[in-house]
Design a protein around this ligand. Sequence first.
Ligand code: LLP
Length: 430
Amino acid sequence: MLYPNQTIKDNCLYIGGANTVELAKEYGTPLYVMDEDMIRETCREFKRAIYDGVGENGLVLYASKAFSCRAMYRLVREEGLGIDVVSGGELYTAMKENFPPEKIYFHGNNKTADEIELALSYGVGRFAVDNKEELFLLNELSVKRGVRAKISFRIKPGIDAHTFDAVMTGQIDSKFGVALENGEAFEIMKTAAALPGIEVVGVHCHIGSQIFTTEPFFGAVDVMVDFIARLRRELSIDIRELNLGGGYGIKYTEEDKPIAPAEMFSKVLSHLKEKCEKTGEPVPRVLIEPGRSIVAAAGVTLYTVGSVKTIKDVRTYVSVDGGMTDNPRYALYESRYTATVANRASEPQSETITLAGRCCESGDLIGKDMPLQKTKAGDILAVFSTGAYNYSMASNYNRVPRAATVFVSGGKSREVIRRESYEDIIRNDL
Ligand code: LLP
C-alpha cells in the first residue's frame, strides 16, 4: 500500500522524494520521517473544506496531541490554522514558537491551577472547560486578574461513533465533559453564564477517533444545535461557536476507507445549515479539531532489522531496534499497521511475520501477522502511517532514548527533533 507521496526507485522506498534507506544511514534508526509537504497540503485541504462551507465563519484547529514539537507548531502557524492543546507542556511549546494565543484552544479534563494561570498569562483564545470544579477555579483566577475567560463547554452528546472503546469519548460513561441526558450540561451552562470571570462563547463535543462515516457527525450536529437552541430559549444564552472536535479516520491498512475533508465537510456543514434553519438558529462559527488526519499518513518510521526468528509451525518474529517505546499503539489498542522492507521495496511480500520491538516485554509488538518481503538482519524496515500518536506517545521504557524526527520536503531532509542521548536519559536523575 503506497500513499501518493511514496514511490519506489531501484528497489528502495522514497518518501516525499527522499530515499528512506539513505535517510536511515544519515540519521540512524529508529527514525520518524514526516513528509512536510504532505502535512502542509493536508492543512490546506481542511482549511479549504471549512471555507467552502462557512467562509470566514470557521477555523481549523490542529489537535496537537497527535504530534507536538516546535517545528510542527511553526508549520501550523505558517499555514494559518489554530491549535488545540491539552497541557501546559503543549501550550508552552506552542508559545515558544510565538503561536497567536487567540487561536489556541485549551482542552483537558483536569487542568491544574498552574496550567490555567499559564494559559491566562498568555491570553489563550478559549478554555474548553470540562467540569464544574474547573469552571469555578477558572472563574476565581480570571477575576483575580481582572479578565473574563472565554469558554467553550465540553459536552457529551451521547453519540456512538462506532469506534473502539479506548478512544470513544462522546458517550455518557466517559471522563470527558458534562452529559446532556441527565441535565448536567444545562445546569452547568446556567451557572457558567452567571459567573463574573467567565464569558460563555461556545459548546464543544468530540465523539471519538478513526471515524469513517458522516452519520455520527450528523448526529452530533443535531444534538448540539438542539442544545444551543434550548440555551437561547430558556436561558437567553447566546452560543456563537460550535466545536465539533476531531476524529476523522485515516488509512492504516487497505481496509480503512477515509473520507476526504472536502466531501466530509460539504456534507456535515450542509447538514448543520439545514439543522440551523429548521431550528431557527443562526449558523454558529464552526471549529473542527483534526489531529490524526493532519499528520498520521505523512509519517513513516524506519527501523533496522536485528533478527529474524522462525519458530516452525508457530510464527516468524522480525525484531527491530524500536517498538513500543516509539509506537505503543499495538500494545495499547492492537492497532494495525502496514510495513515494507525499504531496501527491498519492489520485492513481493511473500512472508507473514510478527513485527517485534526491542523491549523486555512480550507485548512489545508493532503488529501481528503482517505481510512482508523476505528480510534479514541489517535491512531497513518502514512502518507506514505513524505520524500521529507515535512520537507524542513515545516513552523511555527500558531507558531507550527517544528516536529522532526528520521532515522531508522536495526530496531534502532536516532534523526537527534530535535523537535523545544517554545523557538526556539521566538528565533529571539526582
Ligand atoms: N479534539 C479532542 C477534544 C480530542 O480529545 C481529540 C483526541 C482530538 C480533537 C483529535 O482527535 P483525532 O482527530 O486525532 O482523532 N492516542 C489515541 C488517540 C487519542 C485521541 C484523544 N483525543 C490513538 O493513538 O489512537
